[in-house]
Design a protein around this ligand. Structure first.
Ligand SMILES: [Zn+2]
Length: 126
């Protein structure tokens, strides 16, 4: 796993290295580049990164994108949650003009994360 900011090798660390104030994350794995203050979590019980390493600004933008988008499939609408999730990711992919395979907020750069927030806010105002 490489750091996208300095191209150096990221280190596999525990949550207490990156979020000392979050005991709930202490035993989770993260890939981190400390010189760039960039990191990313891993899929549960694996060392497989959830996406690319993100610095503080990008972490904030990606979590804003999740906060804007996830309620679309996590609550409310008819159908099973898996179906809703697939449908909403397809919708988001169409809005962004990319394929559903490319639609991973954890892989998005700052501009894409901002677009997710803008798209979801625009439809919520309808
Ligand atoms: Zn780095």
């Amino acid at each position: 796993v490489k750091c996208p900011y300095c191209q150096g090798n990221a280190a596999l660390v525990n949550g207490d290295d990156v979020y000392p104030a979050r005991p709930d994350l202490h035993y989770k794995l993260f890939w981190a580049c400390f010189p760039c203050a960039a990191w990313v979590g891993c899929h549960p019980n694996t060392a497989e990164p959830l996406g690319t390493l993100a610095n503080a600004e990008l972490r904030k933008l990606r979590s804003a994108a999740h906060a804007a988008f996830d309620p679309r499939w996590k609550s409310g609408k008819p159908g099973g949650i898996g179906k809703r999730r697939n449908r909403e990711y397809q919708w988001l992919a169409d809005q962004l003009g990319i394929t559903v395979e490319q639609t991973h907020i954890g892989m998005f750069n700052a501009e894409m994360a901002r677009r997710v927030v803008a798209i979801c806010e625009a439809v919520n105002q309808d």
